[in-house]
Ligand binder design. Structure first.
Ligand code: F0G
Length: 321
């Protein structure tokens, strides 16, 4: 039976006995050793596969806490701005809690995420503008008092996301030399660096952003002005840019070498490891943040199309060569 994240980490989260637990069975995700890819990259490589969360991204870790607290506080509706994954997660947990979810999605949000939010009953508003503009509008709406913001500016989200670090350390039985993860708005980097500090792990945190933030094909991290930039800047995290070609190469390599199909943004950490030998020989945990089915358009563009054949074994054998 899956244990709700809030039940597993109750003592480390801002919840009490009075907090109603809104759970979909999040957290406790696989930590996969990847010795073959690790050898190519020159590190002892471990992959934290966050796509196995209920809505197929790491956002569910923070959302279970944020929505549970919103319910405890008597909220009727939650709101978020999103490049897609936060909206899918907010829609799911709001539905589970019986709350309304309003999600403001950036024009560029990937198709799979939009479909999730729509199917899950959220009021999906496609904002004519960037993620930054959508977030500014959501924050203003919240000022009016009727909605709870469930973006990572909500500290309950960051608290929940720290649990990925707790799980990794528990499973490895020790702190890794480094955590490597993508950097969009910076909520997850904030969570990881806080957890590393609070547990006095001594691990480095490497956060990888798109070199061309406003235009990257990695739509989940297409954010020009990260909301957590100041905190991330002061956190001690090492920030690295990755070009789109490097992200795509890392993304395809992960799928083909290790069988993990993530969305392009999720491979940003691996793109850094491919480009740099800074962590050579180290024990490194790379967080793979979201599932590949979230962004079918990217896979459609970069993966070979099916070969059309007759239902004939000779034709199939020839085509399979
Ligand atoms: N990876 C994925 C798959 C994401 O969806 C995001 C952010 C990130 C990495 C970056 O994490 O923002 O904490 O630095 N997605 C947000 C969203 C912005 O709206 O779904 P971050």
């Amino acid at each position: 039976m899956s244990v709700p994240l809030i039940a597993r980490f109750r003592d480390q989260l801002p919840v009490s006995e009075a907090t109603p637990v809104v759970s979909l069975g999040e957290g406790s995700t696989p930590l996969l050793h990847a010795p073959r890819l690790g050898e190519v990259l020159g590190v002892d490589l471990w992959l934290k596969w966050e796509a196995s969360n209920p809505t197929a991204s790491y956002k569910d870790r923070g959302m279970t806490v944020a929505v549970s607290k919103a319910l405890e506080d008597g909220a009727c509706a939650v709101v978020c701005a999103s490049t897609g994954n936060t909206s899918a997660s907010a829609a799911a947990y709001a539905a589970r809690a019986g709350l309304q979810a309003i999600v403001l999605v950036a024009e560029s949000a990937a198709r799979g995420k939009l479909i999730q939010a729509r199917a899950l009953g959220a009021r999906v508003l496609a904002v004519r503008g960037s993620f930054d503009q959508a977030l500014a509008a959501a924050r203003e709406l919240v000022q009016r008092g009727d909605h709870v913001l469930v973006n990572s500016l909500n500290p309950n989200r960051v608290a929940g996301q720290q649990t990925a670090v707790f799980e990794i350390v528990e499973e490895l039985g020790a702190a890794p030399d480094a955590f490597v993860l993508p950097y969009g708005g910076g909520g997850n980097t904030t969570a990881y660096t806080q957890a590393v500090r609070e547990l006095a792990l001594g691990s480095a945190v490497h956060s990888v952003e798109a070199a061309d933030r406003p235009r990257t094909l990695a739509s989940a991290i297409r954010i020009e002005h990260p909301a957590h930039a100041e905190t991330v800047g002061a956190s001690g995290a090492h920030i690295h840019p990755a070009a789109d070609e490097e992200i795509v190469a890392a993304w395809l390599e992960l799928a083909r070498e290790e069988g993990l199909f993530c969305e392009p943004s999720s491979a940003a950490g691996l793109a850094f490891l491919r480009a740099s030998d800074e962590l050579r020989g180290a024990r490194v945990v790379v967080t793979i943040t979201g599932h590949g089915l979230k962004d079918p358009g990217a896979a459609d563009f970069h993966a070979p199309p099916p070969i059309v054949v007759d239902p004939d074994p000779d034709a199939i054998a020839r085509a399979a060569e």
